[in-house]
Design a protein around this ligand. Sequence first.
Ligand code: GDP
Length: 431
Amino acid sequence: LPIVAVVGRPNVGKSTLVNRILGRRQAVVEDVAGVTRDRVAYDAEWTGRRFTVVDTGGWLPDAKERAKAIATQAEIATQTADVVLFVVDATIPPTSDDEAAVRMLRRSGRPVVLVANKVDNARIENETASLWSLGLGEPFPVSALHGRGSGDLLDKILESLPPPIPAEPRETGPRRIALVGRPNVGKSSLLNKLAKEERAVVDSVAGTTVDPVDSLVGFGGDTWHLVDTAGLRKRVAHASGTEYYASLRTNAAIEAAEVAIVLLDASEPISEQDQRIITMVIESGRALVIAFNKWDLVDDDRRYQLGKEIERELRRVPWALRVNVSALTGRAVDKLAPALRTALNNWERRIPTGQLNQWLTALVQATPHPVRGGRAPRVLFATQAGVSPPKFVLFTTGALDPGYVRFVERKLREEFEFIGTPIHITVKPRK
Ligand code: GDP
């Protein structure tokens, strides 16, 4: 979503304005310098257009910055937002702090909307004409408290936003799965078992959107679109050439799918080839279910060994869903469909901006970034930029240690129960 940042001196009414834009009455927090709010970013909507509002009053400046807090706010806002709302108090003349921020905003060349707040009546409104002299264009007189002028302001904000990116329509119909794994792990056996469990279709469907090498398979109460099953069904996979070719084909299947079942042979050590296939899934950003097949061959000794292997070899995908199955006996094969659904749900999940930032603000306050060279970069707010897989952007005052980003990712996964899907985190430091 496009980002609208609200900038202004303490006490000009930023939080009240944010609440007004959100169109709901929230407890208004005193707009006092140095007071941290528990949230800084929210999702808003006006005439069908959605955007994220960032209340920069929630950024607690560190001691050094506090003196020039508002210019700093303005500077960060111009680097992170699509539109900056610069709020002044219309009942008093602009202060030198206002003017410093204005210079900054004008230099940045960003779209700025000048908001003259506390215009509760026509008499005050007449005086706002003098604000043209700030050089930020037309002042928008509003009363954030009473709502006066807020509709016009919202229209102006929408005008200033970049054109909307049309949402990609998600293809409906059966979910696309890739069933992948090195030769002999039991892919064709599992496919046969799955299809038989429900005595349902395993069909190469002609004349539909299903590729001729794909199949529609019914199991677990759903129809699934299995990508590239030609090789599996006909048992030609092993014969069809080099490992290189097989790996290209595996990669293509993963890319064409939404979720991959990586099948491993539980009776054998996790191999490099298994790892390469898991890497393909991570890199293509698909949801992931790891199925350990041939569980009927796993005795207590092997189970113990496997536990240690998983800890060592699958450390990078602690979030993957794991199922222990036997294509031979049918053990736990019915667990696959629920695992696929969970993975897909998380793969497509969107966390509301307010909820995301409430959690994030608490997290970075409890565990701030370690100090580097006398300074600690601060995380200001976050937005979820996309789904499939979930993509998050952290807006910060500087580059973050990779370790800190991993920490944020781990906590994010814990808090919002993101299992079965990769998630991407991008850090946007101000320059
Ligand atoms: P693919 O190359 O991955 O398609 O593997 P196949 O389905 O052809 O299976 C390879 C071999 O493993 C065959 O001999 C299967 O009978 C055997 N197999 C597959 N699944 C299981 C299982 O769950 N348990 C046992 N014991 N053998 C299995």
